[in-house]
Ligand binder design. Sequence first.
Ligand code: ZN
Length: 187
Amino acid sequence: MFERGFKTWCEKYAVDARSELNLKSSDPLDPRKLAANLKIRVWTPDQVPGLSAESLQILLRNDGKSPSCWSAVTLVVGTRIVVVLNSSHSKGRQSSDLMHELSHRIRGHETHDMEASPAGIMLLSAYDKKQEEEADWLSGCLLLPREALVWIKGNHIDPNEAAQIFGVSKRMLDYRMAMTGVNRQYA
Ligand SMILES: [Zn+2]
């Protein structure tokens, strides 16, 4: 379903992103540090300038999501790219939502129907299915690259503890272990 070489590219990107931050290939990667390195700001909804909570909700409703269950959105504010995270969600959820939004930017996904709000803020949304699949795969890979999975298995780290260390859900860990074949390798 992905372009040839996409998964390999993701693994390499996950390793390169770590080395730029002086991390080992198997180290956890904090999405906020990656965002800072990519010069992408991370805001809570109340930090969006010139935008009332009400307007933000309208903006978010245009995204096809109900305001109470939205996760993260990417905004263009002047020349800056800002990811707004729903701060009412758990830390783990915010991490994976942020990594997902960063992945769209890393892949240079373009969006359609961009419209500036009266405050001059543009919302990047309405990605197509292929772009969503790419962002999902890349974000999982950034959080848990193959070398991290091998490190977890090789050191017999308890899965729940490993999920904590890498700031991901147990479900995400299980998914990555299965999809990369690391599970089979250590079975
Ligand atoms: Zn997305």
